[in-house]
Structures are given as C-alpha cells and as structure tokens.
Design a protein. Structure first.
Length: 172
C-alpha cells in the first residue's frame, strides 16, 4: 500500500481520488495551476503544489513540473485521473524509469492500445469481439467504399461522429 499519492489532475476526478485515498488512510498531494489554487481538490488534499499557469500545457501537461512536485512531496505513486496524461505513454515511462508507480496501464500497454489498428489486432488475437472493418488503415476511397458495402453500420457510425465533431469544432 502507498503512503502518499500525487493526483495529476483537477476537478471532480481529483476529488474522488482524494476521498478514496482518505478512506484507505493514504496521504494525498494535489497539483494545481495558479488559477486552481482554491479549488476543492486542493482544499481536500493533505498537501498541494502549484505546477504552473492556467494553460494546461504549462501545468497539468507539464511532465517536468509534475516530476518536481513528486520529488518535492516524496509521493510514491501518481494517479492520473482521466484526460491530461492518463493515456500518455511517455509520462508512464518517465515514472517507471524513476521508480514511481503509475496508477494505470504500463507505458508499453498504453503504446499498444494507442494504435487502433494494433489494439484491434491484439483484441482479436485474444478472442475479444471486435466490429469488423479493415485489417489495417484504409488506403484509398475505393477501399473505403468496398468496406462500407460490407459493414455499413460501422461506416455510418464513423461518418456520423466525424460530421458531429467537425460541426462542433467549427462552431467554437
């Protein structure tokens, strides 16, 4: 069991992790940007460290700042929450190389599952159900059309979500 965990996130997910740690008697470290210093997760944690400015790239995504916070507080493990660095293989690797436990998947597994084609192949090899589609990347429009003829539902879902994302992205 860990004595101290650093939560590399903010908001509701950080609050939930902190509350769970308190139930287990584990000390917590909240990291925060300059504008999040009065946030609930900071107030609930046993310790807190400001890791940068309000832009996530300068704080919650700043691996050197997080590593400094870990060293400063002597945290044994890092809970990434979700988003930010939770699926960042490089962050998991840096922690592994520094003997700090990443409460999540290993860097190797994050890399494997980050590639959809490879993830699908691994799932099939292990007998997990997958939606049929191409065995690799689609090379051209003709291959995409043939694939859609065989599996129209998968193509419909992909195109629907693509259009939805583009429409919402353009409205910002």
């Amino acid at each position: 069991m860990f004595k101290k965990i650093l939560i590399a996130n903010r908001g509701e997910i950080a609050v939930r992790v902190i509350r769970a740690c308190k139930e287990w008697g584990i000390a917590t470290v909240a990291v925060h940007s300059d504008v999040d210093r009065n946030s609930m997760h900071v107030r609930l944690a046993d310790e807190s460290v400001c890791i940068g400015s309000h832009q996530p790239a300068n704080s919650y995504l700043n691996i050197p700042a997080l590593m400094s916070a870990i060293e400063l507080t002597k945290a044994e493990a890092v809970h990434p929450g979700y988003g930010f660095l939770s699926e960042n293989a490089n962050f998991a690797r840096v922690l592994e190389e520094n003997n700090i436990k990443f409460i999540g998947a290993s860097s190797k597994l994050i890399e494997m599952m980050g590639d959809k084609i490879q993830a699908k192949r691994i799932a099939k090899e292990n007998g997990l159900p997958v939606i049929e589609g191409s065995e690799g990347g689609v090379k051209d429009i003709n291959e995409a059309k043939e694939l859609c003829k065989k599996n129209w539902l998968s193509c419909f879902n992909q195109s629907f979500w693509w259009r939805w994302w583009k429409r919402n992205e353009n409205s910002k």
